[in-house]
Structures are given as structure tokens and as C-alpha cells.
Ligand binder design. Structure first.
Ligand SMILES: *Cc1c(COP(=O)(O)O)cnc(C)c1O
Length: 350
């Protein structure tokens, strides 16, 4: 606390991102980054932007990138909102679409940034318990609220909610915005973007950090009805007109233009996910069915905290959450074949 702080700052409970250790040679499976690098075409496009043009501000509307993403998802550019990572997009969603004086709804086990935004913007929330098997029950989201948000697949569970159930939640909340955070959708799920023209209350957020291997570039976006997008633009233009720099705009566009690379990376993650799942089951783990680039697993008699610590001593970093219901679990990012072999070997030795 400091006398210089705005009073609000005293009460903030900030998000704690997964550790980015400075040590070399770690097997880093803790923050769901993609083990395969970005497309070489992305690197070329970024290099091509490294010139005198950097003295000029970037396009505040990111029109060219919005056009590319719109074509890719078969929507109109005015249905796309860009942000500096989907975290920034989510922040603007909370500020611009969730302040209705009633609690918003999200699962009890979910992305831990949601309660942080609630704290920042003073938004009430109600946590909806996942089922015993860590699934979202759509019926639980049929109650008065100020908005709904959940990741699909959910994080950190990896569990996927079929599109017909997403649609049930949308239909039951036609007077409120329902946000589907699809950070991990490309690892085996079906995007709700196909529903945006049918449901004006639907906003889908996606990121280039996970499936497109660009966590370092900071690009995310939302897709929805132009009225929802306009609210986000009003917030953004009252905060930072240029959330995406020239390098990010160029690199992101190139990422969408290299579909083959994207497919190869996703397929690689999916096949490794199935292999790691089988290996861990063989070691006595229960592994929740995952459609993400990570798995969520608990051992039948080894505590999660002990395993996380034991792995760390071997230079392998995974995520452990000391939270109710999930403290026995490890969240393990799917890495390269070699990294996954190291993980399996490490767990076997423990
Ligand atoms: C990683 C992640 C994000 C944030 O992605 P960025 O675009 O890197 O900010 C958002 N939601 C969920 C559920 C995530 O796991």
C-alpha cells in the first residue's frame, strides 16, 4: 500500500500468470504454449515490416487483418474486434458488456482471469459448479444473470461442451451476452462462430497464442453481432487506439494465410495428446477427456503437489493449482515428442 495509490488499487487481486522461468533447458509444460514454432511465413512477414514504416502509427482498425480473419471464418469484417491478446479483448468485454447490476455466471473451475476482471470493474459474479465429472451442465446457466462466460474447451479441465449445448445456453439467455472463450477450440472442438448470425447475444473470443504458436505476438479477437463489436470499439477507443502494432498485424495475417502449417501443428498436438493420455493412464492417472493442447490429470495415490515438485526437480515444469476440487490435478501442456517422453519418464520415476 502507498499513499500514492488510487484507493481502488488497494483492493485489486491481480491475475498470476504461469511462470516464465529464466533457466535454459527446462521442459516447459506449464503455460499451454504451442511446442511447434510459428509458420516461417509469419517470421518473413514480420521481417518485411522492420523498416522505416515503423515511424508511423499502425492502422487503428486493423482493417486488413480483420478482412483476413472474416474471410477465414465466413463472417463480415464489422463482426470482428481485434485486441492485444484475447486477455485484452476479454477485459473490454467485461467492461463494455457485463455491467448490468446483476451477477455474471461462469464455472467454479475455469480461467482464473474472469474473477480478476470482475474485481477490476466491480462486477458481481456467481460461480456455477461443474458436475462431478467436471462438465458444464447447460441447465445451470438458465437463471437470471448479467452475462455468461465460459471457455470451450474449458480451462484448466480441457473438457469440451458440444455445440448443441452451447446453443441451449444461448437460447436461454437471449437478453444477455454469452461469451464463449475459444482459446483452445482448434485442438478438436467445433467453433461457435458458425452461430453468430443466429444469436445476436453471442460473442466468441479466440487467440493466436495457442493453436497458431504466437503467444509472444499478443493477438486475439472477438466475433459477434456488429452491435456487440461496436460496444468493444467504443471501449477500446477510450483506452488505447493502437492495441496491435505493425509487426503483430503483419504476423497475424500471415498466420491465417498458412493453413497447412496451422493444420500440421494442431494435428501434431492432438496425436501427442492421445499418446500422453494413454501413457499416463498406464501409470495410474485419471486423465479428463481433453480437446485442448493440455491435459488435466490426477494420480490414484500420488498428491498433485508432490508430483509437480518432483517433476520440477527433474527440470520439468507443469501447472498445479492449489484450489478446491482440483488440488490433486496436474495441468500438463502437450509438448514435442521429446518433451512428452521426458514428462512420461519423469512421472514413471516418481
Ligand atoms: C490463454 C488463454 C487466454 C488468453 O490468451 P491471450 O490471447 O494470450 O491473451 C484466454 N482464455 C483462456 C481460457 C486461455 O487459456
Amino acid at each position: 500500500m502507498s499513499k500514492f495509490w488510487s484507493p481502488l488499487v488497494n483492493d485489486l487481486v491481480p491475475y498470476v500468470p504461469g511462470e516464465q522461468p529464466k533457466m535454459a533447458n527446462l521442459v516447459k509444460l506449464n503455460t499451454n504454449e504451442n511446442p511447434f514454432g510459428p509458420s516461417p511465413k509469419v517470421i518473413e512477414a514480420i521481417k518485411a515490416e522492420l523498416n522505416d514504416g515503423l515511424r508511423l502509427y499502425p492502422d487503428p482498425e486493423g482493417e486488413s487483418l480483420r478482412q483476413t480473419i472474416a474471410e477465414y471464418h465466413k463472417v463480415k469484417p464489422e463482426q470482428i474486434f481485434l485486441g492485444n491478446g484475447s486477455d485484452e479483448v476479454l477485459a473490454h468485454i467485461f467492461f463494455g458488456l457485463f455491467q448490468h447490476g446483476e451477477p455474471i455466471l461462469f464455472p467454479d473451475i475455469t480461467y482464473s482471469f474472469y474473477p480478476v476482471y470482475c474485481g477490476l470493474y466491480n462486477i458481481e459474479s456467481r460461480k456455477i459448479s461443474l458436475t462431478e465429472s467436471f462438465e458444464i451442465n447447460p441447465d445451470d446457466f438458465k437463471q437470471p444473470n448479467g452475462g455468461v462466460i465460459f471457455p470451450n474447451p474449458n480451462a484448466p479441465t480441457g473438457r469440451y461442451l458440444e455445440l448443441q449445448h452451447v446453443e441451449e445456453i444461448l437460447a436461454a439467455n437471449s437478453d444477455r451476452v454469452v461469451v464463449v472463450d475459444e482459446a483452445y477450440i482448434d485442438f478438436g472442438g467445433e467453433s461457435a462462430i458458425t452461430l453468430v448470425d443466429k444469436y445476436p447475444n453471442l460473442l466468441v473470443s479466440q487467440t493466436l497464442s495457442k493453436a497458431r504458436s504466437l503467444a509472444g505476438l499478443r493477438v486475439g479477437f472477438a466475433v459477434g453481432h456488429p452491435d456487440l463489436i461496436e460496444a468493444l470499439n467504443r471501449v477500446k477507443n477510450s483506452f488505447n487506439s493502437y492495441p496491435l502494432d505493425r509487426l503483430a498485424l503483419a504476423g497475424a495475417k500471415a498466420a491465417y494465410e498458412d493453413e497447412a502449417w496451422f493444420r500440421k501443428c494442431c494435428d501434431g498436438v492432438i496425436s501427442e495428446r492421445e499418446r500422453v493420455t494413454a501413457a499416463l493412464e498406464g501409470l495410474g492417472f485419471e486423465v479428463l477427456p481433453s480437446k485442448a493442447n493440455f491435459i488435466f490429470a490426477r494420480h490414484k495415490d500420488q498428491p498433485g503437489e508432490v508430483l509437480a515438485k518432483g517433476l520440477r526437480e527433474q527440470g520439468i515444469i507443469v501447472r498445479h493449482f492449489n484450489k478446491p476440487r482440483i488440488s490433486e490435478f496436474l495441468r500438463i501442456t502437450i509438448g514435442t515428442v521429446e518433451q512428452n517422453d521426458a514428462l512420461i519418464g519423469g512421472l514413471r520415476s516418481l
